[in-house]
Write a protein that binds this ligand. Structure first.
Ligand code: NAD
Length: 233
């Protein structure tokens, strides 16, 4: 890997697990005690907005109780030091990458600390609880919702991500189960464009077979070791 090489890094819930944030597919397939269909679909938001808003209010408030771990810090170090192109694409809705100092970062599935107006599409930073029917300061509609990309909705910045994957010399996937599309398909897109592919995960994901190499272990150990070896080379 030359120092001018282009790197795309995809992160998932596993990168934040050692910070104390539960992964998606926790015990019993629940996310923080809820069925995914009850809190992570447009239908759920329409059916029971109070439940959905409260769920994300709790996740947003919990961000005050967690901190970036060694994996977030190592990725921020790589971002600062890497002279070539680099893009961290996170599926996570927490803010631990940016709190660790990462700058070349995209939240493809939205952000807990952001609110989206369902009427005019404006996104704005949001740190407080967000009751249903909160008015949008931009257009006045009572339509602010959590800025989370639900199942069936289009992730953010797909054109930019696909362009980066097409230019990538190296694609690295960290702490993601490979179960949620389109992110799960990124490895094949990058490989088709000639990138080397590396998976860092606690256990083999459903897409493991697509990677040139898989290293198994906790992100807090694997990621700093990988970043050190890349920067040393
Ligand atoms: P997932 O929960 O489906 O998979 C997590 C993966 O991380 C698994 O493969 C697991 O083996 C691995 N893992 C667990 N602990 C790890 C560790 N210490 N080190 C390395 N790997 C570890 O998560 P996903 O693939 O990211 O997809 C789930 C969706 O859930 C995303 O869309 C995301 O928006 C949402 N989500 C986000 C957060 C967050 O923001 N932190 C948390 C839960 C879910």
């Amino acid at each position: 890997m030359s120092a001018s090489g282009s790197i795309v890094i995809l992160t998932g819930a596993g990168v934040s697990a050692e910070s104390g944030i539960a992964t998606f597919r926790g015990p019993g397939g629940l996310w923080e005690g809820q069925r995914v269909e009850d809190v992570c679909t447009p239908e759920a938001l329409a059916r029971d907005p109070a439940l959905v808003h409260r769920f994300y209010d709790l996740r947003r408030a919990a961000l005050d109780t967690v901190a970036p771990n060694a994996a977030h810090e190592a990725l921020a170090r790589l971002d600062a030091a890497w002279p070539g192109e680099l893009l961290i694409v996170t599926q996570n809705v927490d803010d631990l990458h940016e709190r660790a100092g990462a700058r070349r970062l995209l939240h493809m599935h939205g952000e807990l600390r952001s609110a989206l107006c369902a009427a005019c599409g404006t996104r704005r930073p949001w740190r407080d609880p967000l009751p249903p029917a909160t008015r949008c300061p931009t257009c006045g509609a009572a339509a602010l919702r959590p800025d989370i990309v639900f199942f069936g909705e289009m992730p953010y910045a797909m054109e930019r991500i696909e362009a980066a994957l097409a230019r990538a010399d190296l694609f690295v996937s960290i702490g993601t189960s490979g179960a949620v599309y389109p992110a799960a398909g990124f490895v094949r897109g990058a490989a088709a464009s000639g990138a080397a592919t590396l998976e860092l995960n606690l256990e083999r994901s459903s897409g493991s077979a697509w990677f040139d190499e898989t290293r198994l272990g906790p992100a807090g150990a694997l990621v700093p070791a990988w970043v050190d070896s890349l920067l040393a080379a």
